[in-house]
Design a protein around this ligand. Structure first.
Ligand code: DHK
Length: 155
């Protein structure tokens, strides 16, 4: 039987998330970005999904990643745009333009923090948001995304 080619999901992390592990551990925990990316890869695999993980501290580069996801026919996006979630209409517009099923993740509970974190532009372009589960939010998001796009885990 022919081996099926894995579908790709993009996992996009925005500014300062490269500092996970050392950045405000009381808020973001002790796991590193490499831990997050490993978690995404092992969570995606049973669904026949490959997690293409990117991080950038630059808004324009994150937009380019979203365009690239579209060009490469990615079947889903998990995005934690960091502080750009709260400011970037351009990232919102990029997600709206590509129409790829998207889940927004925040490690911390943005609604229990400063008022300026309470609103997310990117969340408006996502079909679901997870906030406050720590890095487990990425695992939950991939499971939710897989269910949404009809991918079943293989035994
Ligand atoms: C990460 C950030 O960098 C913040 O700017 C957001 C988010 C929250 C998180 O919880 O993952 O406000």
């Amino acid at each position: 039987m022919a081996k099926s080619v894995a579908e790709t999901i993009y996992v996009l992390n925005g500014p300062n998330l490269n500092l996970l592990g050392t950045r405000e551990p009381e808020t973001y925990g002790h796991a590193t970005l490499a831990d997050v990316e490993r978690l995404c890869a092992v969570t995606a695999a049973p669904f026949g999904l490959e997690a293409d993980c990117r991080q950038s501290n630059r808004e324009g580069e994150l937009i380019d990643f979203i365009h690239e996801a579209h060009a490469k026919k990615a079947v889903g996006i998990i995005i934690n745009a960091g502080a750009y979630s709260h400011t970037s209409i351009a990232l919102h517009d990029a997600l709206m333009a590509v129409k790829i099923p998207t889940v927004e993740v925040h490690i911390s509970n943005i609604h229990a923090r400063e008022n300026f974190r309470d609103h997310s532009f990117t969340a408006r372009a996502a079909f679901a948001t997870l906030s406050g589960f720590g890095i487990d939010g990425y695992r939950l998001a991939i499971n939710g995304l897989a269910a949404k796009i009809g991918m079943k885990a293989k035994a």
